[in-house]
Design a protein around this ligand. Sequence first.
Ligand code: ZN
Length: 335
Amino acid sequence: MYRAVHMAFFGSVVTPLVAALALFAATAAIAPALARDRPLTVVTTIAQIGEPLRVIAGDRAEVKSLLGEGVDPHLYRPTRSDVIRLAAADVVFWSGLDLEVQMKDTLGRLAATRPVVAIAERLPPSLLLTTPGAAHDPHVWMDPDLWRQALAAAVETLAGADPEGDEFYRTRAQAYFARLGELNSYIHTVVASIPESARTVVTAHDAFNYFGARYGLDVIGIQGISTESEAGLAAVEGLVTLLVERRIPAVFVETSVPERHIRALIEGAAAKGHTVIVGGALFSDAMGAPGSWEGTYIGMLDHNATILARALGGTAPAGGLAGRLAVPAQSGGRQ
Ligand code: ZN
Protein backbone atom coordinates (compact mmCIF):
# COMPACT_ATOMS: atom_id res chain seq x y z
CA MET A 1 0.00 0.00 0.00
CA TYR A 2 2.84 2.33 0.87
CA ARG A 3 4.42 1.55 -2.49
CA ALA A 4 1.21 2.42 -4.35
CA VAL A 5 0.92 5.77 -2.61
CA HIS A 6 4.59 6.39 -3.19
CA MET A 7 4.39 5.54 -6.88
CA ALA A 8 1.37 7.72 -7.43
CA PHE A 9 2.93 10.81 -6.01
CA PHE A 10 6.66 10.36 -6.34
CA GLY A 11 8.39 12.90 -8.46
CA SER A 12 5.29 14.96 -9.20
CA VAL A 13 3.86 16.73 -6.15
CA VAL A 14 5.74 16.35 -2.91
CA THR A 15 3.16 17.94 -0.60
CA PRO A 16 0.35 15.43 -1.29
CA LEU A 17 2.80 12.64 -0.63
CA VAL A 18 3.66 14.09 2.74
CA ALA A 19 -0.02 14.57 3.46
CA ALA A 20 -0.79 10.98 2.48
CA LEU A 21 1.99 9.65 4.66
CA ALA A 22 0.81 11.80 7.55
CA LEU A 23 -2.69 10.39 7.10
CA PHE A 24 -1.25 6.88 6.99
CA ALA A 25 0.67 7.54 10.19
CA ALA A 26 -2.43 8.98 11.86
CA THR A 27 -4.47 5.90 10.89
CA ALA A 28 -1.72 3.68 12.30
CA ALA A 29 -1.85 5.64 15.56
CA ILE A 30 -5.62 5.00 15.85
CA ALA A 31 -5.25 1.31 14.94
CA PRO A 32 -4.46 0.10 18.52
CA ALA A 33 -8.15 0.78 19.31
CA LEU A 34 -8.85 -2.40 17.35
CA ALA A 35 -6.17 -4.46 19.08
CA ARG A 36 -5.48 -2.63 22.31
CA ASP A 37 -2.09 -2.89 23.93
CA ARG A 38 -3.25 -0.95 26.99
CA PRO A 39 -6.48 -0.75 28.99
CA LEU A 40 -9.10 1.76 27.91
CA THR A 41 -8.91 4.95 29.99
CA VAL A 42 -12.38 5.81 31.27
CA VAL A 43 -13.23 8.85 33.39
CA THR A 44 -16.62 9.37 35.06
CA THR A 45 -18.06 12.18 37.13
CA ILE A 46 -19.99 10.41 39.91
CA ALA A 47 -18.87 7.10 41.40
CA GLN A 48 -22.37 5.65 40.87
CA ILE A 49 -21.25 5.37 37.22
CA GLY A 50 -17.58 4.58 37.78
CA GLU A 51 -17.82 1.79 40.34
CA PRO A 52 -20.27 -0.40 38.36
CA LEU A 53 -18.24 0.15 35.19
CA ARG A 54 -15.06 -0.86 37.03
CA VAL A 55 -16.77 -4.14 37.96
CA ILE A 56 -18.01 -4.66 34.40
CA ALA A 57 -14.85 -3.61 32.54
CA GLY A 58 -12.36 -5.50 34.73
CA ASP A 59 -8.82 -5.36 33.37
CA ARG A 60 -9.88 -4.01 30.01
CA ALA A 61 -10.31 -0.48 31.36
CA GLU A 62 -8.93 1.83 33.99
CA VAL A 63 -11.95 3.64 35.38
CA LYS A 64 -11.52 6.77 37.45
CA SER A 65 -14.35 8.75 39.08
CA LEU A 66 -13.70 12.43 39.68
CA LEU A 67 -16.23 12.87 42.50
CA GLY A 68 -15.43 11.05 45.72
CA GLU A 69 -17.17 10.35 49.01
CA GLY A 70 -19.33 13.19 50.32
CA VAL A 71 -18.90 15.41 47.26
CA ASP A 72 -21.95 17.32 46.00
CA PRO A 73 -22.24 16.91 42.22
CA HIS A 74 -24.67 19.85 41.95
CA LEU A 75 -21.93 22.25 43.04
CA TYR A 76 -18.74 20.50 41.92
CA ARG A 77 -16.38 22.40 39.64
CA PRO A 78 -13.65 20.51 37.79
CA THR A 79 -10.17 21.08 39.21
CA ARG A 80 -7.03 21.47 37.16
CA SER A 81 -6.11 17.81 37.74
CA ASP A 82 -9.63 16.76 36.69
CA VAL A 83 -9.16 18.58 33.40
CA ILE A 84 -5.84 16.77 32.86
CA ARG A 85 -7.49 13.41 33.63
CA LEU A 86 -10.38 14.17 31.31
CA ALA A 87 -8.03 15.18 28.50
CA ALA A 88 -6.24 11.84 28.78
CA ALA A 89 -9.46 9.79 28.74
CA ASP A 90 -10.54 7.59 25.82
CA VAL A 91 -14.14 7.74 26.99
CA VAL A 92 -15.95 10.00 29.47
CA PHE A 93 -19.25 9.30 31.22
CA TRP A 94 -21.40 11.68 33.22
CA SER A 95 -24.96 11.43 34.45
CA GLY A 96 -26.38 14.62 32.93
CA LEU A 97 -29.92 16.07 33.29
CA ASP A 98 -28.13 19.08 34.79
CA LEU A 99 -26.74 17.15 37.75
CA GLU A 100 -23.11 18.13 37.11
CA VAL A 101 -24.14 21.58 35.99
CA GLN A 102 -20.76 23.22 36.73
CA MET A 103 -18.95 20.68 34.56
CA LYS A 104 -21.14 21.01 31.51
CA ASP A 105 -18.88 23.38 29.54
CA THR A 106 -15.73 21.35 30.18
CA LEU A 107 -17.49 18.12 29.16
CA GLY A 108 -19.04 19.77 26.13
CA ARG A 109 -15.60 20.80 24.82
CA LEU A 110 -14.22 17.28 25.33
CA ALA A 111 -17.02 15.80 23.27
CA ALA A 112 -15.37 17.11 20.10
CA THR A 113 -12.46 14.69 20.47
CA ARG A 114 -13.82 11.50 22.14
CA PRO A 115 -17.07 9.86 23.25
CA VAL A 116 -18.58 11.86 26.14
CA VAL A 117 -21.88 10.30 27.18
CA ALA A 118 -24.50 11.59 29.64
CA ILE A 119 -25.89 8.18 30.54
CA ALA A 120 -29.09 9.30 32.30
CA GLU A 121 -29.98 11.30 29.20
CA ARG A 122 -30.00 8.06 27.19
CA LEU A 123 -33.19 7.00 28.99
CA PRO A 124 -36.52 7.68 27.28
CA PRO A 125 -37.85 10.96 28.76
CA SER A 126 -41.11 9.15 29.57
CA LEU A 127 -39.24 7.20 32.29
CA LEU A 128 -37.88 10.34 33.95
CA LEU A 129 -39.47 12.30 36.79
CA THR A 130 -39.81 16.06 36.63
CA THR A 131 -38.98 18.51 39.41
CA PRO A 132 -41.23 21.43 40.42
CA GLY A 133 -39.06 23.62 38.18
CA ALA A 134 -40.26 21.39 35.29
CA ALA A 135 -36.74 20.13 34.56
CA HIS A 136 -36.01 16.40 34.79
CA ASP A 137 -35.04 15.12 38.22
CA PRO A 138 -31.39 14.05 37.82
CA HIS A 139 -31.22 11.52 40.72
CA VAL A 140 -31.84 8.51 38.47
CA TRP A 141 -29.39 6.14 40.26
CA MET A 142 -31.87 5.90 43.15
CA ASP A 143 -33.87 3.49 40.96
CA PRO A 144 -31.64 0.47 40.20
CA ASP A 145 -33.86 -0.62 37.32
CA LEU A 146 -33.52 2.75 35.56
CA TRP A 147 -29.82 2.94 36.43
CA ARG A 148 -29.28 -0.47 34.85
CA GLN A 149 -30.65 0.95 31.60
CA ALA A 150 -28.40 4.01 31.87
CA LEU A 151 -25.35 1.80 32.57
CA ALA A 152 -26.28 -0.34 29.57
CA ALA A 153 -25.78 2.76 27.39
CA ALA A 154 -22.30 3.14 28.91
CA VAL A 155 -21.53 -0.53 28.17
CA GLU A 156 -22.49 0.03 24.51
CA THR A 157 -20.05 2.93 24.37
CA LEU A 158 -17.25 0.84 25.94
CA ALA A 159 -17.85 -1.91 23.40
CA GLY A 160 -17.73 0.66 20.61
CA ALA A 161 -14.44 2.11 21.84
CA ASP A 162 -12.88 -1.33 22.41
CA PRO A 163 -14.55 -3.66 19.86
CA GLU A 164 -12.36 -6.64 20.76
CA GLY A 165 -13.85 -6.50 24.24
CA ASP A 166 -17.44 -6.43 23.01
CA GLU A 167 -18.34 -9.94 24.18
CA PHE A 168 -16.36 -9.48 27.43
CA TYR A 169 -18.22 -6.28 28.38
CA ARG A 170 -21.63 -7.68 27.48
CA THR A 171 -21.18 -10.92 29.42
CA ARG A 172 -19.92 -9.16 32.53
CA ALA A 173 -22.62 -6.49 32.26
CA GLN A 174 -25.29 -9.21 32.24
CA ALA A 175 -23.80 -10.70 35.42
CA TYR A 176 -23.73 -7.29 37.11
CA PHE A 177 -27.26 -6.47 35.99
CA ALA A 178 -28.43 -9.75 37.50
CA ARG A 179 -27.05 -8.53 40.83
CA LEU A 180 -29.00 -5.30 40.36
CA GLY A 181 -32.08 -7.45 39.88
CA GLU A 182 -31.41 -9.12 43.25
CA LEU A 183 -30.95 -5.71 44.86
CA ASN A 184 -34.25 -4.55 43.36
CA SER A 185 -36.08 -7.59 44.78
CA TYR A 186 -34.47 -7.08 48.19
CA ILE A 187 -35.55 -3.43 48.34
CA HIS A 188 -39.11 -4.34 47.29
CA THR A 189 -39.24 -6.94 50.07
CA VAL A 190 -37.92 -4.77 52.89
CA VAL A 191 -40.00 -1.74 51.90
CA ALA A 192 -43.10 -3.96 51.77
CA SER A 193 -42.40 -4.90 55.42
CA ILE A 194 -42.89 -1.26 56.54
CA PRO A 195 -46.42 -0.63 57.90
CA GLU A 196 -48.33 0.97 55.06
CA SER A 197 -49.11 4.16 57.00
CA ALA A 198 -45.41 4.72 57.74
CA ARG A 199 -44.17 4.50 54.16
CA THR A 200 -43.01 8.10 54.16
CA VAL A 201 -39.41 9.21 53.88
CA VAL A 202 -38.74 12.61 55.42
CA THR A 203 -35.27 13.50 54.35
CA ALA A 204 -32.94 16.46 53.97
CA HIS A 205 -32.48 16.47 50.26
CA ASP A 206 -34.77 15.97 47.28
CA ALA A 207 -32.77 13.03 45.99
CA PHE A 208 -35.16 10.19 46.76
CA ASN A 209 -38.05 10.70 44.34
CA TYR A 210 -37.03 7.89 41.98
CA PHE A 211 -36.55 5.60 44.95
CA GLY A 212 -40.00 6.56 46.28
CA ALA A 213 -41.63 6.13 42.88
CA ARG A 214 -40.12 2.67 42.33
CA TYR A 215 -40.87 1.27 45.79
CA GLY A 216 -44.09 3.02 46.79
CA LEU A 217 -42.83 5.51 49.39
CA ASP A 218 -43.91 9.12 49.85
CA VAL A 219 -40.85 11.34 49.85
CA ILE A 220 -40.71 14.71 51.60
CA GLY A 221 -37.57 16.84 51.45
CA ILE A 222 -37.02 19.34 54.26
CA GLN A 223 -34.14 21.21 52.71
CA GLY A 224 -34.76 24.93 52.68
CA ILE A 225 -37.09 25.02 55.68
CA SER A 226 -36.01 27.79 58.02
CA THR A 227 -37.29 28.16 61.57
CA GLU A 228 -36.25 31.82 61.36
CA SER A 229 -39.24 32.78 59.20
CA GLU A 230 -43.01 32.58 59.68
CA ALA A 231 -43.25 30.40 56.59
CA GLY A 232 -40.51 28.17 57.97
CA LEU A 233 -42.29 27.74 61.28
CA ALA A 234 -45.52 26.92 59.46
CA ALA A 235 -43.67 24.34 57.35
CA VAL A 236 -42.20 22.71 60.46
CA GLU A 237 -45.69 22.70 62.06
CA GLY A 238 -47.10 21.08 58.94
CA LEU A 239 -44.41 18.43 58.98
CA VAL A 240 -44.99 17.73 62.68
CA THR A 241 -48.70 17.23 61.98
CA LEU A 242 -47.89 14.84 59.18
CA LEU A 243 -45.45 12.85 61.34
CA VAL A 244 -48.03 12.56 64.11
CA GLU A 245 -50.98 11.73 61.84
CA ARG A 246 -49.16 9.04 59.91
CA ARG A 247 -47.35 7.79 63.03
CA ILE A 248 -44.06 8.07 61.14
CA PRO A 249 -41.40 6.93 63.60
CA ALA A 250 -38.25 8.34 61.99
CA VAL A 251 -36.81 11.11 59.86
CA PHE A 252 -33.59 10.82 57.89
CA VAL A 253 -31.06 13.59 57.97
CA GLU A 254 -27.77 14.60 56.56
CA THR A 255 -25.23 16.86 58.20
CA SER A 256 -26.31 19.66 55.86
CA VAL A 257 -29.56 20.14 57.79
CA PRO A 258 -29.22 22.38 60.85
CA GLU A 259 -29.69 20.38 64.01
CA ARG A 260 -32.27 22.87 65.35
CA HIS A 261 -34.71 22.05 62.54
CA ILE A 262 -34.57 18.40 63.38
CA ARG A 263 -34.95 19.23 67.09
CA ALA A 264 -37.98 21.36 66.22
CA LEU A 265 -39.55 18.37 64.45
CA ILE A 266 -38.77 15.91 67.21
CA GLU A 267 -39.92 18.25 70.01
CA GLY A 268 -43.02 19.26 68.07
CA ALA A 269 -44.03 15.62 67.64
CA ALA A 270 -43.19 14.82 71.27
CA ALA A 271 -45.48 17.67 72.40
CA LYS A 272 -48.28 15.84 70.58
CA GLY A 273 -47.38 12.55 72.21
CA HIS A 274 -45.56 11.00 69.23
CA THR A 275 -41.96 9.85 69.34
CA VAL A 276 -39.80 10.53 66.30
CA ILE A 277 -36.18 9.45 66.07
CA VAL A 278 -33.42 10.30 63.66
CA GLY A 279 -33.36 7.17 61.55
CA GLY A 280 -29.78 7.53 60.35
CA ALA A 281 -28.02 9.09 57.41
CA LEU A 282 -28.87 8.00 53.89
CA PHE A 283 -26.56 8.18 50.91
CA SER A 284 -28.01 10.56 48.37
CA ASP A 285 -25.68 12.07 45.77
CA ALA A 286 -22.43 10.38 46.79
CA MET A 287 -21.59 6.83 47.84
CA GLY A 288 -19.67 5.73 50.94
CA ALA A 289 -15.91 5.38 51.38
CA PRO A 290 -14.05 3.64 48.54
CA GLY A 291 -13.23 0.08 49.54
CA SER A 292 -16.27 -0.25 51.83
CA TRP A 293 -19.53 -2.03 50.88
CA GLU A 294 -21.31 1.34 51.17
CA GLY A 295 -18.74 2.65 48.71
CA THR A 296 -20.25 0.44 46.00
CA TYR A 297 -23.39 1.31 44.08
CA ILE A 298 -25.21 -1.82 45.27
CA GLY A 299 -23.99 -1.28 48.85
CA MET A 300 -25.16 2.32 48.84
CA LEU A 301 -28.74 1.37 47.96
CA ASP A 302 -28.60 -1.65 50.28
CA HIS A 303 -27.66 0.72 53.12
CA ASN A 304 -30.48 3.15 52.30
CA ALA A 305 -33.17 0.49 51.97
CA THR A 306 -32.09 -1.41 55.07
CA ILE A 307 -31.80 1.71 57.28
CA LEU A 308 -35.16 2.99 56.04
CA ALA A 309 -37.01 -0.25 56.54
CA ARG A 310 -35.65 -0.82 60.04
CA ALA A 311 -36.26 2.76 61.21
CA LEU A 312 -39.80 2.90 59.82
CA GLY A 313 -40.93 -0.25 61.61
CA GLY A 314 -40.27 -2.81 58.91
CA THR A 315 -38.03 -5.84 59.07
CA ALA A 316 -34.66 -6.11 57.37
CA PRO A 317 -31.48 -7.93 58.32
CA ALA A 318 -29.09 -5.52 60.07
CA GLY A 319 -26.34 -6.60 57.70
CA GLY A 320 -28.58 -5.92 54.71
CA LEU A 321 -28.84 -7.70 51.38
CA ALA A 322 -25.52 -9.51 51.61
CA GLY A 323 -24.69 -9.28 55.34
CA ARG A 324 -22.03 -6.73 54.48
CA LEU A 325 -23.44 -3.48 55.86
CA ALA A 326 -21.59 -1.67 58.59
CA VAL A 327 -24.21 -1.32 61.32
CA PRO A 328 -23.75 1.86 63.34
CA ALA A 329 -24.79 1.68 66.99
CA GLN A 330 -27.49 4.35 66.51
CA SER A 331 -28.88 3.01 63.23
CA GLY A 332 -32.44 3.47 64.38
CA GLY A 333 -32.76 0.09 66.04
CA ARG A 334 -36.54 -0.15 65.88
CA GLN A 335 -36.58 -3.91 65.85
ZN1 ZN B 1 -28.94 15.92 44.57
